[in-house]
Write a protein that binds this ligand. Structure first.
Ligand SMILES: [Zn+2]
Length: 506
């Protein structure tokens, strides 16, 4: 298939076809309609959101011989000559290329000349923040006393770099990122009119990569088309875009749920072998985790997460498995790394160690927010959640020692008092809080719990713990159902002090 430059072909020619910037097109059309045109506009916003296109539509609309309701007709001589790039009344200056020195000097000499064809001479200065101070000063002089036939459109992605003296003389319009839905709509329109189709999910991917810039989205689609026949496959799209496949991200996430470090490393290695960039893997995983958080907060119906309902359900399930605390913490750390320039060196090592680090990241509320039914699983989890952050390391090792030595303690208790051993068989050491060890008893075993809470029995357990650890810990018994609803302060106090509730009356 012959390569075609879709972006040029699909550049909007009137306000009606400008995607996602209705707040601007309506205001400009009204101004043109009522003859209240400012002499200088500044268009700010991310790249590819329609700033230059809008400047050209505006240039046509103010010069059009048959304008209707502020729209250019695109068929009169003025419109045609602007569309074909041969109008002498529309002067485009790219401030990024040579910082505008010659052009602005030239501009000051020429602004007094009247337009050759239409009513307005329109100067479009792209990337205007790149102008030198000298060029800005020259521009300011022109803006201070503009001839009536001059219209300036300054476009910039970095409005904070424009001097306030310039800014204050312009009417400002902020272009916004174009929503995924609007972008997908436009891309679908392009495909349909080109008699092309795409696998489900292709446009979503393109939109994801373009990040709110329609020009980029159309260019990416263009690349996909050039590698395809009539049908753009999902495989082609992933290859062209260099993105991590969705199922690979789901699988990577599963490694975190299962705390499976070897699997994590193998998966990362496979991605690198496929030629994916470490920086892109970080970005895509970050986006994936963000989607999981949004689904947790907003539910499956949200339009903030791209993808079909089946994909969303998988993400939500994984989000529930990992917990919102882990997710938000990981996203914050990952975003920081994504922003850091050290990606340029040793990228592979940074990628691997970063991703591995999240595996052992301490959860904000271990155990108390989670219900773990399998003792083995619980042991493993406790090892992992309380592992290598330096602050909690020593505590972690105490609990580790208890878990490791629990069988030994149980044997020793059995020798001393069989009944205490029997009561303890439905319990697990789960947490250390300062000098308190919390034992969790299985749901429904209130009697067993209460027996261990009896002073003599508790003392026996504490003594055996002391033999193992060399320090004295207090034992506190909780039922798992109480741990799951751990917020009841009275119950907590009761468990802690083993007392009765007394109602005090005046
Ligand atoms: Zn016209």
């Amino acid at each position: 298939m012959a390569y075609r430059v879709l972006y040029r072909e699909w550049r909007p020619q009137d306000f009606h076809n400008l995607v996602g910037q209705e707040h601007i097109s309506i205001t400009l059309q009204n101004a043109i309609n009522k003859g209240r045109i400012a002499h200088a506009y500044i268009f700010t916003g991310p790249r590819g959101t329609g700033k230059t296109s809008t400047a050209k539509i505006l240039a046509k609309a103010v010069n059009c011989e048959a304008s209707i309701e502020g729209e250019p007709c695109n068929s009169c001589n003025n419109c045609k000559s602007i569309n074909e790039g041969r109008s002498l009344d529309v002067i485009e200056i790219d401030a990024a290329s040579n910082r505008g020195i010659d052009e602005i000097r030239d501009l000051r000499e020429r602004v007094s000349f009247v337009p050759t064809q239409g009513k307005y001479k329109v100067y479009i200065i792209d990337e205007v923040h790149m102008l030198t101070t000298e060029a800005f000063n020259a521009l300011l002089k022109t803006l201070e006393e503009p001839p009536g036939h001059i219209l300036f459109v300054l476009a910039t992605t970095e409005p904070h770099r424009i001097p306030s003296t310039i800014m204050s003389r312009c009417q400002r319009f902020d272009f916004r990122k174009i929503s995924p839905l609007e972008m997908e709509g436009r891309l679908q329109e392009i495909l349909t009119s080109s008699a092309l189709t795409a696998d489900e999910g292709v446009l979503t991917l393109v939109v994801r990569k373009a990040d709110g810039g329609l020009r980029d989205a159309i260019s990416i689609l263009d690349q996909c088309i050039s590698f395809s026949n009539e049908q753009i496959t999902l495989k082609t799209a992933y290859e062209v875009l260099g993105l991590v496949k969705n199922d690979a991200l789901v699988s990577l996430t599963r490694a975190y749920i299962e705390k499976d470090a070897p699997s994590l490393l193998v998966q990362v290695n496979n991605m690198l072998k496929e030629g994916l960039e470490p920086g892109q893997i970080i970005k895509d995983f970050l986006e994936h985790l963000r989607s999981m958080i949004i689904l947790t907060v907003c539910g499956l119906d949200t339009s903030l997460v791209l993808g079909n309902s089946e994909e969303k359900e998988i993400l939500l399930q994984q989000a529930n498995d990992l917990g919102i605390d882990w997710l938000s913490d990981t996203v914050a750390r990952l975003a920081k790394i994504d922003n850091e320039s050290r990606w340029r060196q040793n990228m592979r090592i940074v990628l691997e160690t970063t991703l591995l680090g999240f595996l052992w990241q301490t959860e904000t509320k271990p155990i108390l927010t989670k219900k773990i039914t399998q003792p083995k699983q619980k042991k493993e989890l406790m090892k992992i959640v309380s592992a290598p952050t330096p602050v909690t390391l020593e505590a972690a090792s105490t609990l580790d020692k208890i878990i490791e030595g629990w069988d030994h303690i149980m044997e020793a208790i059995k020798v001393r008092k069989k009944s205490v051993h029997a009561y303890l068989t439905v319990s697990e050491p789960i947490e250390i809080q300062e000098d308190v060890l919390i034992l969790a008893f299985k749901e429904g075993y209130t009697f067993h719990k209460e027996k261990i809470q009896e002073q003599d029995n508790k003392k026996l357990v504490e003594e055996e713990l002391e033999k193992l650890l060399g320090v004295r810990l207090k034992v506190v018994c909780n039922l798992e159902e109480d741990i799951d609803n751990a917020e009841d302060p009275v119950q907590k106090a009761l468990d802690l002090f083993g007392s009765e509730v007394v109602t005090i009356k005046d």
